[in-house]
Design a protein around this ligand. Structure first.
Ligand code: T3D
Length: 264
């Protein structure tokens, strides 16, 4: 586990809150922050006490993508190998978020640009402050969308909107992102953290195994045939149906009380 103040971590009531914390740089990524964020998601994967993750940013921005100060061509030397940095730093974290069988809530507190926007889109439920905006900033500096953006934008929005956003780097206001189905909801700025925290807490108190299997199913649907998906639903339901939380859920329903799920 990497300890670093570039990502603040706090575990309470089953929610692991990860706060990107380089506010002077709009929480853009340097290597230390990459490793700290990855360590946070590895902890979420490995620690049974973590039953949901809440990802957000400190200060007025969510994340401005790569720290361009670390890519300053004026410093001389050979051009950086961005294929290597993507493979080493961005892709492992994106894969962790998608593979984590626990809900990941993202509270986009301000501007999300470049890889910062696309990391948000990789999360399971995204709430954004109404003042936030999403920018595919890559084309402004001669790069291409990464951190899964070309995949998620195209799947969620279709080619026309994905191309327009990526080619123009036009800022997309949070409310439009919600209208287009790119995020779950845009909420008043003052309400963002309370709403996102309550959502994460309610998911953390849920039947974690079943929620994780639900995430697996919905992600698999993008590439599965109906036949393959029906088989996967059967297998996941078999697993969920043997959980203690399923027994508790049915018992609580029959006893007309709130279920007390334990996450297994
Ligand atoms: O390199 C690789 O490994 C490949 C991977 C690439 C992944 C990527 O994400 S590439 C895309 C990189 N990101 C960008 O191109 C976005 C750059 N930032 C902006 O365009 C703007 O800052 C925003 C639109 C995000 C916000 O604009 P605004 O006007 O609200 O804020 P600002 O004044 O531009 O920024 C505030 C401060 O944050 C400022 O510092 P200063 O002048 O107060 O000392 C600014 O320089 C700094 N900052 C913002 N973004 C970055 C950054 N510093 C370093 N890197 C940044 N990406």
């Amino acid at each position: 586990m990497t300890e670093s103040d570039t990502v603040l971590t706090a575990l309470a009531d089953g929610v692991l809150t990860l706060t990107l914390n380089r506010p002077d740089k709009l929480n853009s990524f340097n290597e230390e922050m990459h490793l700290a964020l990855r360590a946070g998601f590895e902890r979420a994967r490995d620690d049974a006490a973590v039953r949901a993750v809440l990802l957000t940013g400190a200060g007025r921005g969510f994340c401005a993508g790569q720290d361009l100060g670390d890519r300053d061509p004026r410093k001389g030397g050979p051009a950086p190998d961005l294929g290597h940095t993507i493979e080493t730093f961005y892709n492992p974290t994106l894969r962790l978020i998608r593979a984590l069988e626990k809900p990941v809530v993202c509270a986009v507190n301000g501007v999300a640009a470049g890889a910062g926007a696309n990391i948000a889109f990789a999360c399971d439920i995204v709430l954004a402050a109404q003042s936030a905006r999403f920018i595919q900033a890559f084309s402004k500096i001669g790069l291409v969308p990464d951190a899964g953006g070309s995949w998620s934008l195209t799947r969620i929005l279709g080619e026309p909107r994905a191309k327009a956003l990526a080619l123009t780097a036009a800022p997309l206001p949070a409310e439009t992102a919600a209208d287009w189905g790119l995020i779950w909801r845009a909420v008043p700025d003052a309400d963002l953290m309370a709403e996102a925290g309550a959502l994460a807490a309610s998911l953390a108190a849920g039947p974690t195994l079943g929620l994780g299997l639900t995430k697996r199913l919905i992600q698999a649907a993008a590439t599965n045939s109906l036949d393959a998906q029906l088989d996967l639903e059967r297998d996941c339901q078999q697993q969920a149906g043997s959980s203690a939380d399923y027994a508790e859920g049915v018992t609580a329903f029959l006893e007309k009380r709130k279920p007390a799920f334990k996450g297994n």
